[in-house]
Design a protein around this ligand. Sequence first.
Ligand SMILES: [Zn+2]
Length: 511
Amino acid sequence: MKLDLKLTGCRAITMDPARPAAHTIGIWQGRIAGLDEQVADLPATETVDLGNAVVLPGFIDAHTHLAWNGRSRRTVDVTGLTTAAQVRERLSGAPGEGWIEASGYDRRIMDRPLTAADLDPVTGDRPLYLADISGHACVVNSAVLNQLPEITSDGWLTENEQLAARSLRLPYSIEEITADLHESARRVLAEGVTMCAEAGIGAGLIASSPLEAAAYQRAQLPIRVQLMVSAYVLGEVAADPADGIARAIDLGLHTGFGDDMLSLGAMKLWTDGGMIARTAALSEPYAGTGNIGQLAESEEFMRAAIIDGHHAGWQLAIHAIGDRAIDFALDAVTEAQRQRPRADARHRIEHCGLVRPDQLGRIAALGLIPVVQPTFLFSYGDDYSVIMGEERAPWMYRGRSFLDHGITVAGSSDRPVADGAPLRAIEFMVRRRSSGGRAVGPDEAITVEEAIRAYTLGSAYACRKEDVLGSITPSKLADLVVLGDDPRTSDAIADIPVLATMVGGTLLPQR
Ligand SMILES: [Zn+2]
């Protein structure tokens, strides 16, 4: 046997308990052929000496929005702006004609909230959609409000009203989406990510087109992608009643869909909003207010989606951030499992942001996987700690408590809502320090190895890919990330350079 590639001079942290370290990695036909003495005597077409660099399994981001993230390359960015005058000046340079799309608005840092009247003077007749960084709100101008006579607003729209405004702009073309995806793939590779799970295509707030799956198929990205399908595309199907499947999907999928690079994952559904927009559904109000957030849809709609999706064989990816939404998800999954027990259904809770102590045991008993975004707390932990109050702040985006309950934790970013770099997230999981230096739930700190595990084997498990990804193990796919330092001994994990990534045995240079 002749290897395609032999990597020597590695300090590999394999995440495989059977063989935790390796110095030589043999690769053949896109897979790990063997380690150290298993491949030492085999010839190779190419040998690369990594000069004692640290090698990890490629990072898997279990919840991300690739098209949305890549779209920022062609939207006006107002990140960090704090006055109406600054935003107006930035928007006045918007190129092209027709819709003006802007992003990076953060209502919390403004000297006062923007209104349509602030924006109309610079946008004129062109409709404007200015996305809030929460993903759960936006500001629009009068050209948009005029098309939404049923909505009374000064320009700030959240949740379903936001969706109504968004729907006026959508869909994007397959060509636009494809270009956005390539931009996003370039960015995530630079951060060591070799696979992403795209959290909800086809419909809903973060959708780009009903034909999104076709865009992914056409794009042929250099990273692996797993698509979660929005529960909004569940439609009634006339199947044999004995199948017990009342609703299924019609995404326009066609021959050849799904392989090692692109596959179909969970069904995504939403049960509440988010903490930035104060729409995550809580059982007790946000500190100092009477607001308890909101459920995303009627309970009947959400329960039917969970139960029908479970019956139809889907893995469910249930967006639930507040503890009240998590209660709802736990109850609905319990009911679905009672109606039709499914071993290893492996349902996920996306975000799983505020978990009361009494909910931990239920999450464990149902085998649910929290797909967490540690970087939310790095970026927004100061704000979130205030709005949750002293008792609840340590319950946010847990780590230690999940692991101690035997719960598998999957790492993810929800980019572009927060910084996507896995090394930044891993550092947060270990240190639990916000960007402002605040300790956020310090008792939830986990070890570096446990944090790496969340971003490799844990996220692979959440994507049902742990048999082929997530560790450097012979016969698994050869997805690796090469780092300039060892996170286990580094004082600044987030700053460790990503030297290279490998997807399926192909080394990809950093661009
Ligand atoms: Zn998301």
